[in-house]
Design a protein around this ligand. Structure first.
Ligand code: BGC
Length: 255
């Protein structure tokens, strides 16, 4: 087991991709702290599933758009598990809106959770790793939309494009401290963030036609890459984005 004795903090770990990562990393021996907002039932179920695997698990309710709550979350994680070795900035939201009708509220929500939250969670993590004088790993769950346009989801794309440059910058800034920073960029994965799409057969068919491998991704497709990046096998990888999209990003053909 490659993550024996490590503690991993996963924001938004009570559902979707974050939950799948939590289970996979626990299978690899890691203790897991998940953060969630609302839906304590799902967070508690996740904790129970991790404990069944014989690992320590803790669910912390923290809204990562608040810097105070981020620091509270990190402190609870450290108090419960002794340290946090890996941070996974996974929490994210998206809002469909054309620019001519987008609201300030939705724009702020998306940027505050997806980008500001990841930035200050990274800050809290880095302060902790510096205090204990140990290396660490930051893994951001970004999106193919850190590069690829997604019309009517401009706030989401701006947050993920920002996450790409945040990752590149921090990979250089934190290298002297032995802290690596990488992004995972999922394409269309079957999770709650896609509920509307999954329930719309016309949109779903159009999306599937854009995916060369001909299927949506599963949470397990992402979890395996997260487990790799969290392990010492990835010690020499920093500043990279690993795309997990069934070929979606570079799909182009002429008849
Ligand atoms: C978004 C999904 C979208 C997928 C592929 C993801 O980042 O969250 O809504 O279907 O990218 O476009």
């Amino acid at each position: 087991m490659k993550l024996e004795g490590k503690t991993v903090l996963i924001t938004g770990g009570g559902q979707g991709i974050g939950q799948g990562i939590a289970y996979r990393l626990a299978d690899q021996g890691a203790n897991i702290v998940i953060d969630f907002v609302g839906n304590p039932q799902s967070a508690n179920d996740t904790v129970a599933q991790i404990e069944k695997r014989g690992r320590k698990a803790l669910a912390v309710e923290a809204d990562i758009s608040s810097v105070d709550q981020i620091h509270g979350m990190m402190k609870q994680a450290i108090d419960y598990c002794g340290a946090v070795d890996v941070l996974i900035n996974n929490a994210g939201v998206e809002k469909h809106a054309s620019i001519w009708e987008a609201s300030e509220h939705d724009y702020d929500l998306v940027l505050n959770i997806n980008l500001k939250g990841a930035y200050f969670a990274s800050q809290a993590f880095v302060q902790h790793r510096m205090a204990v004088k140990k290396p660490g790993k930051i893994i951001n769950v970004s999106s193919v939309h850190e590069d690829l346009p997604f019309p009517h989801f401009t706030s989401y794309c701006a947050s993920k494009g920002g996450m790409k440059m945040m990752m590149r910058n921090l990979s250089i800034e934190l290298a002297p401290y032995g802290i690596t920073v990488n992004n995972i960029a999922p394409g269309a994965i079957e999770t709650p963030i896609n509920t509307a799409l999954l329930n719309d057969p016309v949109k779903l068919k159009a999306l599937l036609e854009n995916i060369p491998l001909g299927r949506l991704g599963q949470v397990s497709d992402v979890a395996g890459v997260a487990a790799f990046l969290a392990s010492s096998d990835a010690d020499y990888i920093t500043g990279a984005t690993i795309v997990i999209d069934g070929g979606l990003t570079w799909n182009y053909s002429e008849q």
